[in-house]
Design a binder for this molecule. Structure first.
Ligand code: AKG
Length: 281
């Protein structure tokens, strides 16, 4: 795994992102910043106590032990000041600006939780772009880890360089029973091109919208929580998928150019996906 550190120049970070489609910053947040986010998570989760069904704020799943667990908080940005402020954290935006330019908008936020005893809290191989196609590919996911993510508790697996293969067709799950997945799985059959990306608590991984990625269920005993922030260049306009998220289209840095940058191509649109968990990749 290549790890981006403060010793990697901005040029090197950009070159690595363009070639490999991802970057990792194992120590992005300090202990104080991490503690604030973890306290915010605990506070928001208090509201989900006793919940047995998914609602507009929480996606709930039943664990192997029969208990109910939250597996996703939708739009955490709107539910706690600490998550709101994280979206504007200059340490994140400096990295993002170097990759997609000075004018940056929020697309959406989500907070994925992998409770130890849930085989369902996994993600099949997918790319993000097909879930919310845009007029260009300057769209990326920033994952900020609130717990250490390891191979045991379901860290990300990626195919470095796969973002250069362009968007692939997906079979979109229409309800909670299945996870959306790639139509042609042969592209992820060869494990030699895949790497696991463990990240310490407080670290950041980011990946291009066409990066092929997946993650297993949590097979360990420790939870794995990560907040995901999707940013896009301000001249990258959504052309499909679900975009009705809190803060969608909000400028987080720079100025709105009120201009659209279009790419040529033919892309499958996701259509209507009723399950909110499946809608956002
Ligand atoms: O949380 C993970 O391990 C992967 C998340 C992901 O790919 C997604 O939410 O689209």
């Amino acid at each position: 795994m290549t790890v981006a550190t403060p010793t990697m120049t901005l040029e090197q970070q950009k070159a690595h992102y363009e070639e490999q489609g991802y970057l990792v910053f194992p120590e992005l947040l300090d202990q104080q910043e991490l503690a604030v986010l973890r306290a915010a998570l605990a506070e928001v989760l208090e509201e989900a106590e006793g919940l047995t069904e998914t609602n507009g704020k929480f996606s709930v799943t039943r664990g192997d032990d029969g208990r109910y667990y939250v597996r996703r908080i939708f739009s955490p940005f709107a539910h706690h000041q600490a998550f709101h402020d994280l979206v504007f954290n200059p340490k994140i935006l400096d990295v993002v600006e170097n990759l997609i330019g000075p004018n940056i908008q929020l697309h959406h936020t989500k907070l994925n939780l992998k409770p130890p005893s849930s085989r369902e809290a996994r993600f099949e191989w997918h790319q993000d772009y097909p879930f919310f196609p845009h007029t260009n590919f300057d769209l990326l996911a920033v994952m900020i880890y609130l717990d250490e993510s390891t191979e045991e508790n379901g860290c990300l697996t990626i195919v470095p360089g796969s973002h250069n293969w362009g968007p692939r067709n997906h079979l979109f799950a229409k309800d909670g029973a299945f996870s959306s997945q790639l139509e042609d799985k042969t592209v992820v059959e060869d494990p030699s091109g895949q790497i696991k990306v463990p990240v310490p608590a407080g670290g950041m991984e980011l990946h291009h919208c066409n990066m092929l990625h997946s993650s297993t269920a949590n097979l360990g005993t420790k939870p794995r929580s990560a907040i995901i922030i999707q940013y896009r260049a301000a001249d990258n306009v959504a052309i499909g998928g679900s975009n009705a998220h809190a803060g969608n289209g909000m400028m987080v840095r720079g100025e709105n150019p009120y201009r659209v940058r279009m790419m040529e191509g033919v892309f499958k649109l996701p259509g209507e996906i009723s399950d909110p968990l499946q809608r956002d990749g």
